[in-house]
Write a protein of this length. Structure first.
Length: 423
């Protein structure tokens, strides 16, 4: 059964074209899609900023070139799943997108126990992808029959595609297990929403597992060990989300806008974002809801409650902001806890947490930076301090994590490793 077309999931926090129906009292009804207002580009800035733009572009190119060189280092503290089991095939649906490409790299870097990998992407079908572990892979058009030839199916596609095809792919002759990166199934009560280090152990046998939103996943890595020891009462989060969270289109608009500024002295008009992103920040990610929050912000509330199993008296609030960086999201987090949480004790607790790297020495100007988190598996945590608002029962800290890895591809691949180990 061939499918004419499907849309590869372009980014990690873009508004989905179709929203799964809410199934809990906490989920608000879907709002209308946001209107992308065309905004006039900024006036000419001083020449110094043009030089800064050139430097930023050069640095961005350098980071892109060296990212693969860091692959051998990026698995330092992240969960490693080792088992004797092996599967015949893993497929990636939406392999040509940013997340799909990272999924293949993670399979390679982690020496995933599979004999072969299939890549599905209708728009690039027929092209050949060279893999360091799996050899030359010819990209195929998606079909149900081909997907069900694999025991593991990694979905890096839009929510509407997953809603239509995941129920048809799962199970079948090889008991195919789907790990879906879209928002389609996250709040479905029967679908596990998994971060492997937190709640993956008893969910690995499900034939449909959902990846959390990238913003949720990055913050959760630091929040979970603190919740286990001290108990969360309140979480106040502000996010600083890179252009790549909106996919290749978002990164291209940031880069092209900077190039236009250097070339013409004026940023090109926005086409993808609601406002110009170069030299700006935009406090608007995803559709606005009736309560004034955006859906991106509400995802953090809904998903943390589901993953952590929090009661309704634990309150979580988020403000999500798009910033002009290419890759890796950052978050400022303030918590109130049930028990006192001394900063020094919390810092040592986080040092031993899987998937977390403490970078916290202000005297040496060491703290989490998205530039340093890019290409790294671990989430950086720093600026750990006693909250002036909540006193001894409060903590404030800053995190940075690569949302294409920890927030998407790596999380999905570790889930798949756990699934293979349980087969």
């Amino acid at each position: 059964m061939a499918v004419e077309t499907f849309v590869a999931f372009p980014g990690l926090d873009a508004a989905p074209r179709l929203v799964a129906p809410a199934v809990t009292n906490r989920a608000a009804s879907a709002a209308l899609p946001p209107t992308a207002a065309a905004v006039a580009s900024s006036s000419t800035q001083p020449l110094l900023l043009a030089g800064a733009a050139c430097g930023l572009l050069g640095l961005a190119g350098q980071r892109q070139q060296t990212r693969r060189g860091k692959a051998g280092k990026r698995q330092a503290a992240v969960t490693q799943v080792r088992a004797g089991g092996k599967v015949e095939c893993v497929c990636i649906v939406g392999s040509s997108g940013a997340v799909g490409a990272e999924m293949l790299k993670c399979l390679e870097d982690r020496n995933f126990p599979t004999a072969k990998v299939k890549l599905f992407a209708n728009r690039s079908a027929g092209t050949v992808v060279k893999s360091s572990k799996f050899g030359d892979i010819t990209v195929e058009p998606f079909s149900l029959e081909a997907a069900q030839e694999c025991e593991i199916c990694l979905m890096a596609v839009s929510g509407d595609f997953s809603l239509e095809w995941s129920p048809k792919i799962r199970g079948g002759p090889k008991n195919t297990q789907i790990i879906d990166n879209s928002s389609a199934w996250r709040m479905n009560e029967e679908t596990p929403l998994v971060i492997p280090e937190i709640n993956g152990a008893d969910k690995a046998e499900s034939t449909l597992i959902s990846n959390p939103n990238c913003t949720t996943a990055i913050g959760a890595m630091a929040l979970w060990p603190l919740h286990q020891k001290y108990g969360l009462k309140k979480v106040l989060m502000s996010t600083y989300q890179a252009a790549s969270g909106a996919g290749a289109e978002g990164m291209a608009e940031l880069e092209n806008g900077l190039k236009a500024y250097v070339r013409d002295g004026k940023v090109s008009p926005p086409e993808f974002f609601a406002h110009q992103l170069p030299f700006n920040v935009i406090p608007h990610i995803d559709a606005f809801q009736e309560n004034g929050y955006t859906k991106e912000e509400m995802k953090v509330t809904w998903e943390l409650k589901k993953i952590f199993g929090l009661s309704d008296d634990v309150v979580i609030s988020c403000t999500a902001v798009r910033v002009p960086t290419l890759r890796a999201h950052s978050e400022s987090i303030v918590i109130e806890t049930v028990k006192p949480c001394p900063p020094d004790e919390a810092r040592e607790l986080l040092r031993s947490a899987p998937g977390v790297k403490v970078v916290d020495d202000p005297a040496k100007k060491l703290y989490p930076l998205p530039l340093n988190a890019t290409g790294q598996a671990d989430v950086e945590v720093g600026r750990i301090r006693r909250s002036l608002v909540f006193g001894d029962n409060g903590l404030e800290f800053f995190v940075a994590g690569d949302q294409l890895l920890r927030g998407a591809a790596l999380n999905a691949v570790i889930i798949a490793e756990q699934a293979v180990a349980r087969r």
